[in-house]
Design a protein around this ligand. Structure first.
Ligand code: MN
Length: 232
């Protein structure tokens, strides 16, 4: 039997609604600027090809149904932003998946937050450097339970929102995605071979903004329930 120099990390398991088994997360792909009004608030206009970045899988904060997750305020930033997103969970892998076939690769959906150290992200962006320090920090990906796709047939037009301390910050519809879920899967699978366990944060609508210690974020996508995360 193979041994390791030290214990390998445990797999990240995300609860699945109505099932005992956990979804084993493998990679976290994220789509940049995929809602027109958010692209505008970040200083961009027009439909550009989709682009992607990744978060480490161990940046996921698993938030079981009915619980409130904890997000430690991360170091080096003074401008930690919420980005509420619909997360697509891949159940069947593949490469060069056509948009017409893409939804057959989906296992289910979850509510997620693409937490962002905006000051660091923008500084790196303006220098033409990678976004990792702004996007891929520890605890940067709180995600709620995964609902199997068959239970949420209307997900592509579902309302999406996040409140902070009871005040609405972001409120839109998945129907406003620039690149829809099938098109996102087509583009990602042209660049990487998707595998079961991959997660895709599909982009955030307008209204991103800062949170500080003790703030409570409650986000949701209709049909998937709520994701509650407190900043510590
Ligand atoms: Mn995002």
């Amino acid at each position: 039997m193979r041994t390791f120099t030290f214990d390998p990390p445990a797999p990240v398991g995300i609860p699945v609604v109505g099932q005992e088994a956990f979804f084993p997360a493998r990679r976290v792909y994220c789509v940049g600027r995929n809602y027109a009004e958010h692209a505008r608030e970040m200083g961009f206009t027009g439909r550009e090809p989709p682009f992607f970045f990744l978060k480490p899988v161990d940046a996921i904060v698993v938030v079981p149904n009915g619980e409130t997750g904890t997000l430690p305020y991360p170091p080096l930033t003074h401008n930690l932003h919420h980005e509420i997103e619909l997360v697509v969970a891949i159940g069947k892998g593949g490469k060069n998946i056509a948009a017409a076939d893409a939804m057959g690769h989906v296992f289910g959906y979850a509510v997620g937050l693409d937490m962002t150290r905006r000051d660091l992200q923008l500084a790196q962006r303006d220098l033409g450097r990678p976004w990792d320090i702004g996007k891929g920090f520890d605890h940067s990906a709180p995600i709620g339970p995964i609902t199997p796709g068959a239970q949420v047939p209307g997900i592509e037009t579902a309302p999406i929102w996040v409140n902070v301390n009871g005040q609405v910050r972001q409120k839109s519809s998945v129907a406003s995605l620039i690149w829809n879920l099938a098109e996102v899967i087509e583009h990602i699978s042209a660049a990487w071979e998707l595998q079961p366990g991959d997660l895709i944060m599909s982009g955030t609508p307008e209204g991103v903004g800062p949170v500080v210690a003790s703030d409570l974020m409650i986000g949701g996508v209709e049909g998937l329930g709520e994701l509650r995360v407190k900043v510590a």
